[in-house]
Design a protein around this ligand. Structure first.
Ligand SMILES: *Cc1c(COP(=O)(O)O)cnc(C)c1O
Length: 233
């Protein structure tokens, strides 16, 4: 089932990209494996998934340990809210922390990454809608925080992440995704970061088509990959 899901998602992304003249290879699929077993992750990997995401450090620690003993190598992403007291573990196990939503958190990541001699790749999470009670920086404060984060030696900002509000009609998510893309373009035009930001992590099972149309190059998919259901045509 997981293999079929991944194949259908790939074909769907190929179709979306062909309509808007984008290269389908430029879209990274992050399989969000929270609540799923290592067996399920293994099946996803055998279907060609290279990136996995978790939203809790504790769960990730346990599963990544198990995956290591099974000799599975995947790129790991932290996609959920990160508490400062979990940062020490997080920098050890995640290739990309997608949920940097405060300067306080960025400072802690920098500190803990320095201790293990790591430059931690991160995304800055932006709250693109007032409706969601989710975490994330307001778009207006994001630029100020990014200007401060770039001064930190052990953090490398790769791009931005957002979670759109949930609607029955996914088309309604479009303005939120567009806002994130425009914010990224603005940051790049102003040359606020040493390297151009290139990652836009946006789009989940119900709205990744719209997100890709609006410029996403990283989609975070849980149900579409791991569940038997028909949100992907
Ligand atoms: C769970 C989760 C996802 C995946 O959600 P689906 O709707 O199952 O695709 C994506 N991003 C974050 C931050 C999540 O917590």
């Amino acid at each position: 089932m997981i293999k079929d899901n991944v194949r259908r998602i790939r074909e769907y992304i190929f179709w979306i990209c062909s309509k808007i003249n984008r290269r389908h290879h430029s879209i990274t699929i992050v399989a969000v494996s929270k609540g799923r077993t290592c067996e399920e992750i293994k099946e996803a990997q055998e279907a060609g998934i290279t990136d996995i995401g978790e939203n809790r450090v504790q769960e990730a620690l346990i599963k990544y340990n198990e995956l290591r003993t099974m000799n599975y190598k995947l790129r790991t992403h932290m996609v959920g809210h990160l508490q400062t007291n979990k940062v020490k573990d997080a920098v050890k196990i995640f290739d990309l922390i997608q949920s940097v939503d405060s300067m306080r958190l960025a400072l802690e990541i920098d500190k803990q990454a320095a201790k293990i001699n790591k430059i931690q790749d991160v995304l800055v999470e932006v709250k693109t809608s007032p409706e969601t009670t989710k975490f994330g920086l307001e778009p207006e404060e994001a630029i100020g925080v990014i200007k401060e984060i770039v001064k930190l030696k052990n953090i490398n900002i790769k791009g931005l992440m957002t979670i759109a509000p949930i609607f029955d009609d996914s088309e309604k998510t479009r303005p939120y995704f567009r806002m994130l893309r425009e914010l990224k373009d603005k940051i790049n035009t102003l040359h606020l970061t040493p390297c151009t930001l290139d990652t836009l992590s946006m789009g989940m099972t119900d709205d990744f088509k719209i997100a890709i149309e609006e410029g996403s190059n990283m989609v975070r998919l849980g149900r579409a990959i791991f569940e038997r259901q028909g949100t992907v045509p």
